[in-house]
Design a protein around this ligand. Structure first.
Ligand code: ADP
Length: 725
């Protein structure tokens, strides 16, 4: 029988000792008890557990709770025991006889709640033991782990849909703290919520508003400024977490705190389990006030009295940010969440995304590399060494992920050797070509795009001028997100972000141009200016350094430009009026702002970061100060070769042939995945349409065609010219 509100309150009080439901709990419980499939999205600490624990008290049958947090299962079950609710857990921490005993008791119907780790469903024996029981509710905690779009995908979760089938499709409650609309849709689809004759699933989003948190964003020019913020915060608020994106940053920040004799621990995935447990215990027990950590520090952190969470680096998504920031003020008392932002930090997240999502090019190249390396049998080689053989890879992590994908697709097998502490890689027979492997490139590309989109939504949070609480609640899909709050920097009532100019930033500006005034242009003109600069970087396709890009932007007539036919680019001369010094400094500032990335090799090459691409496409804005402006000196006079080029450019040519060649060039470039001008620049196409060479020898006379080009494209080029005459 479905209990009414009074009955629900009575149960709440009697079994759990609470007087009121937390926001959202009651409606979720009503939907569950009326037999509907539900998807519950509540933040960490929002009270999700009660949503299935309370119904478990009177539903007719067992409630199975799937949870990946083995470490927390025992606590949950002990909590249930205190409330006199018969519950148990079954996971890998149990010995075989204990497990058998619990399964036997489960079969005898001695439990109302059974907590199970997702990997348990690998065991046919376990599923078979569960199948005959009457399962009233199948509650899936951390349900976002089923979605490959989520940040925490766990393959074991995919097994759940088969388990549900074997268990006769019981009613499902999926619960999570983090789910974007697409992850939500994925959860509903993967778990077939609302199918099998049940009503459409009810989706609840609630409890994300955290009125006691002040959200602040501080633009910081450098690490020293970030540290200043952290010291101020610790000084004022004492207890909290500083999240960093990398292990290296964790250790650096920790050392700075230790240097000031501040009580802190550090925590990241590179530490041994023993070190991590020790650090976590020290912090959780209150013996230490500050934790400096990567996102590895999280699951199970429930110290309620944290007065601040500061992000030293931008995280990869709004979900990650809010989950981490939300660890502040769990006791309901005021707490501050500050993000210390510098556009250059976006690069780290882009690096992670690149690493987690290898491109088709990298996978293809790795496939070829492995065919070659493992031709004569298994090779014992660490990933970093394999990566050295992969042409397209700039990021070892991407090769690691690609190795994983090729292993999963059954192309290779990798075994870890304790002795050498490295992997042996071998080809799996029969050795398959790439297109016969189960690799869904479209899906991989889409995932990469989604990861970048999430990062952009996080950058939008940085750039947003409205209420930050409102932005986050909208993001999570809460319908009544406020337009104004009293606790964020943008609404002006919370603490304003500190924007102190550092000594270093000041001297930099002073040194580069002591007396020059700033360039006086409107905000719109400034945006266009940045777009012009960035589009030139994009056009040069990561093949040149900042110096050459500057030359192109200012329309230099230098040999370096003409020799590479860079004067053919549409961005050539775009910033002519602004001069070399200004343009070069502007590009440097775009590097600092994270819009341009520069390689660290002997000849550093510049390319657009995803952030830069977004600024170029006007999808986001970047807040950089323009360099000082002095009227530029005239650029170098035309060289004789430049004069010749200019004269050639004026001469008539066969437009129809030019167009035919251009179309062919477009197709070739597309197939090869390279920019068109690397096949032939426009000047060469015009020359071909003018001279119409009929032989390979004549072809070599055309400016821009050397033996290599002639070998590569000669036959096709001549074919088009012949076809057109
Ligand atoms: P979640 O799983 O969403 O992270 P929990 O279920 O662990 O959150 O609940 C967080 C805390 O809130 C727990 O300490 C729990 O006892 C408490 N809680 C849950 N429901 C209520 C309620 N109705 N009234 C007061 N406290 C509650």
């Amino acid at each position: 029988m479905v209990p009414d509100t009074t009955e629900l309150h009575r149960l709440l009080h009697r079994h759990f000792g609470f007087h009121e439901f937390l926001e959202g709990q009651e409606s979720v419980i009503e939907a569950i008890t009326s037999g509907q499939d539900t998807l519950v999205i509540m933040p960490t600490g929002g009270g999700k557990s009660l949503c299935y624990q309370l119904p478990a008290m009177f539903l007719d049958g067992i409630t199975v709770v799937v949870s990946p947090l083995i470490a927390l299962m025992k606590d949950q079950v002990d909590g249930m025991a205190e409330k006199k609710i018969p519950a148990t857990f079954i996971n890998s921490s149990l010995g075989q006889s204990e497990m058998d005993d619990r399964i036997a008791r489960m079969k005898r119907g001695e439990y109302r709640l059974i907590y199970v780790a997702p990997e348990r469903f690998k065991s046919e024996r376990f599923v078979a033991a569960l199948a005959p029981l009457s399962i009233a509710l199948f509650a899936i905690d951390e349900a976002h782990c089923i979605s490959q779009w989520g940040h925490d995908f766990r393959p074991d979760y995919l097994r759940l849909k088969w388990a549900l089938k074997d268990l006769g499709q019981p009613q499902v409650a999926a619960l999570t703290a983090t789910a974007t609309p697409e992850v939500r849709a994925d959860i509903i689809e993967q778990l077939s919520l609302g199918k099998f004759g049940r009503k459409p699933p009810q989706v609840f989003v609630s409890g994300f508003a955290r009125h006691n948190l002040t959200l602040a964003l501080s633009h910081t020019a450098n690490k020293a400024e970030k540290l200043e913020h952290i010291f101020d915060t610790i000084d004022e608020l004492k207890t909290g977490i500083v999240y960093c994106a990398t292990r290296k940053n964790v250790e650096k920040v920790y050392e700075e705190l230790a240097g000031k004799r501040l009580s802190a621990i550090y925590y990241h995935g590179g530490m041994t389990e023993e070190q991590r447990t020790k650090a976590q215990d020290k912090f959780m027990s209150g013996r230490c006030a500050v934790a400096v950590a990567t996102n590895a520090f999280g699951m199970g952190v429930d110290r309620a009295d944290l007065r601040f969470v500061t992000h030293y680096d931008i995280p990869g998504s709004v979900e990650a940010y809010y989950q981490e920031a939300g660890r502040a003020g769990r006791d309901g008392e005021p707490a501050k969440c500050e993000l210390l932002f510098n556009y250059a930090d976006v690069k780290t997240q882009e690096f992670f995304i690149d690493g987690a999502n290898p491109t088709r090019e990298i996978i293809t190249s790795l496939h070829l590399t492995l065919l070659r390396l493992c031709k004569h049998g298994p090779v014992e080689m660490p990933m970093s060494e394999i990566a050295e053989h992969v042409k397209a890879a700039k990021n070892d992590m991407a090769v690691g992920t690609a190795l994983h994908l090729l292993t999963r697709a059954g192309f290779i097998a990798r075994d870890y050797r304790q002795g050498s502490r490295t992997y042996t890689t071998r080809l799996v027979e029969p050795v398959k070509p790439l297109d016969e492997l189960a690799l869904d490139f479209e899906r991989l590309d889409a995932k990469r795009q989604r990861d970048f989109d999430k990062l952009w939504r996080m950058i939008d949070y940085v750039d947003c001028h409205g209420c930050r609480h409102g932005y986050i609640l909208n993001y999570f899909g809460e319908t009544d997100a406020p337009e104004h709050c009293s606790a964020c920097d943008n609404c002006g009532i919370g603490p304003a972000p500190k924007r102190r100019a550092t000594k270093r930033a000041k001297t930099q500006v002073a040194a580069s141009a002591p007396a020059a005034p700033p360039l006086d242009i409107s905000a719109k003109e400034k945006t266009v200016l940045l777009q012009k600069a960035l589009s030139c970087v994009a056009r040069m396709n990561g093949r040149f350094g900042l110096g050459r890009i500057t030359l192109v932007l200012v329309g230099s007539r230098s040999k370096e430009v003409f020799d590479s036919q860079l004067d053919e680019l549409s961005t050539y001369g775009l910033l002519k009026e602004l001069g070399y010094d200004f343009t070069q400094e502007l590009l440097r500032r775009l590097v600092t702002a994270g819009c341009i990335q520069v390689t660290t090799d002997e000849y550093p090459k510049a390319s657009l970061s995803e952030m830069g691409r977004r600024v170029m496409l006007a999808k986001t804005q970047v807040n950089i100060e323009l360099p000082p402006f002095e009227k530029p000196k005239p650029v170098a006079r035309k060289t004789s070769s430049a004069a010749a080029v200019a004269a050639e450019a004026e001469a008539p040519y066969d437009v129809a042939l030019f167009e035919a060649l251009r179309q062919w060039r477009h197709d070739v470039a597309g197939t090869m995945g390279i920019p068109a001008y690397l096949v032939y620049p426009d000047a060469t196409l015009k020359e071909l349409s003018r001279q119409k060479p009929q032989s390979e020898a004549a072809l070599l006379e055309v400016r821009g065609i050397g033996p290599a080009k002639a070998r590569q494209f000669g036959a096709e080029t001549l074919g088009i010219i012949r076809g057109a005459s």
